[in-house]
Design a protein around this ligand. Structure first.
Ligand code: ZN
Length: 476
């Protein structure tokens, strides 16, 4: 071998002479530099990394391409930044080789630090053609890679990432539900990226996500669509009111409410009110609401059942069976005899009236009906018998004075009033006895004769059961 002749690359390669090959990277002939870089590739020697990085600034594009290929074969964290910088090489073939190196090789590198760094770098240089690669990285085994991929997709700003990001978020939610564990970092990043990406241009992808197989995905899409908030989204959200998943229907309805949508008087309108659990307003949707109201009935609590029945009454529905629904129907209209006929299944409807009917006369009647069904109650009346007898006197024949006399006699007989203590009755405007005043001039409500509501452990409010007047609030 001549002393200053060109190095014999084939020989150096055969001897796996890394030092010799590295030295050859500096030879003046570009073909030699290229051949040396090619020969170094399979050796993956860490010593070769720095000299190969140095070749990325070589004047000859073929040498730069060979250096990119050799660094790519080596992989690992140290080659990430040089290879990412080669994505912006002035030569198209070098750029193409670098793209393959970064998008295929580094993104699947066994070293998670390399994958993380490559993923983050693609976002930093806003590599628009890396979107598909980054979408794949959102399901990487390493959490750091997933977060970096999401952030890079946000930085690149392509709405193509919207649906994959929704899926990422949905899967974290599903994982949280089924295993109690999810990645908060991934959820936060995905949520923030969707905040950035879900603008008017994202309506198309969001609409397509409403047709996804998974309810969680459809749900997030519905929520995000309403935030985009243009009139364009109303049609898609209205269609989502018929989704098979109740959560999606609710999100769609809330979204429609937010954008000020007016529900039509048909099945879609009924679905809207049902999804918002605005049972009474279902009546505005017409008879299409009836099957929805009946289907919802078993799954809701007593006050909501009363609202459902109120809507059914407005829609002129009539019960066919003697069941709890029928009891709500009859009780809502004061047909207490029908509730007694129904018997035990009517108890819940009557208890709901007892707790929440706006008219205290209905509460008295419900309490009396429950007593008839062998279900006496102690609230909201301390002495239902006294209330009933006082109301009977008040509703009966006679002048105001005569009634007052009868009521005073009743109160004295029942030890509510003590004549010898010089107590006198204060009357409600409707003529019902409300409180008594003794020698000390303190007014004391006739608690046994009034309806009461305990608004907290220390405050009780009394109501005249005849005319609903709120009497007094006293600390007990
Ligand atoms: Zn009154």
């Amino acid at each position: 071998m001549p002393l200053f002749g060109p190095p014999n690359i084939a020989q150096l390669e055969a001897k796996r002479d890394t030092q010799g090959l590295i030295k050859a990277l500096g030879f003046k002939d570009a073909a030699i530099r290229m051949a040396a870089a090619d020969a170094l590739a399979p050796l993956k020697d860490p010593m070769a990394v720095e000299p190969l990085v140095g070749l990325l600034g070589d004047e000859h594009p073929g040498v730069r391409r060979a250096a990119v290929a050799a660094l790519s074969a080596r992989g690992g964290f140290r080659v990430v930044e040089p290879l990412v910088s080669a994505l912006e090489d002035r030569d198209p073939e070098v750029r193409a080789t670098a793209r393959t190196a970064v998008y295929r090789r580094l993104m699947t590198d066994p070293d998670q630090d390399a994958r993380r760094a490559a993923t983050a770098a693609l976002g930093r240089i806003r590599a628009g053609d890396a979107v598909e690669t980054l979408i794949k990285a959102t399901i990487d085994a390493d959490e750091g890679v997933r977060v970096a991929a999401i952030k890079s997709l946000e930085a690149i700003g392509d709405v193509q990432a919207v649906v994959p990001l929704i899926i990422v978020l949905a899967h974290e939610q599903i994982r949280q539900r089924s295993t109690g564990r999810s990645s908060l970092a991934v959820e936060r990043a995905a949520s923030r990226a969707l905040d950035t990406l879900c603008v008017a241009g994202a309506i198309g992808p969001l609409q397509s996500a409403l047709g996804h197989d998974e309810a969680d995905v459809r749900d997030i899409a519905a929520r995000r669509l309403s935030r985009v908030g243009s009139a364009e989204v109303a049609g898609s959200l209205a269609a989502a009111l018929h989704d098979k998943d109740p959560g999606v229907r609710r999100s769609a309805a809330r979204g429609l409410a937010e954008i000020g949508w007016q529900p039509p008087a048909n099945l879609t309108g009924a679905q809207y009110w049902v999804a918002l659990r605005e049972w009474r307003r279902c009546a505005e949707s017409g008879s299409a609401a009836i099957p929805l109201l009946l289907a919802a009935y078993d799954g809701v609590d007593a006050p909501e059942r009363a609202d459902i029945v109120a809507a059914l009454v407005r829609l002129h529905w009539k019960p066919e069976a003697a069941n709890a629904t029928a009891a709500h129907y009859w009780a809502a209209q004061g047909h207490w005899d029908k509730c007694i006929e129904i018997g035990e299944p009517a108890v819940e409807a009557l208890e709901s009236i007892l707790r929440a009917a706006p008219r205290w006369r209905d509460r008295v009647a419900a309490a009396a009906t429950l007593a008839t069904l062998n279900r006496p109650v102690s609230a909201p009346f301390a002495r239902l018998d006294l209330v009933q007898r006082a109301l009977a006197i008040l509703d009966g024949e006679g002048t105001g004075d005569e009634k007052r006399g009868l009521l005073e006699a009743l109160l004295t007989d029942e030890h509510q009033l003590h004549a010898d203590a010089n107590e006198s009755v204060e009357w409600c405007a409707c003529g019902y006895p409300a409180s008594k005043v003794g020698n000390d001039e303190l007014r004391v409500p006739l608690a046994d004769l009034l309806g009461f509501e305990q608004s907290s452990s220390s405050v009780t409010t009394y109501y005249c059961p005849s005319c609903d007047t709120r009497r007094e609030t006293v600390a007990t």
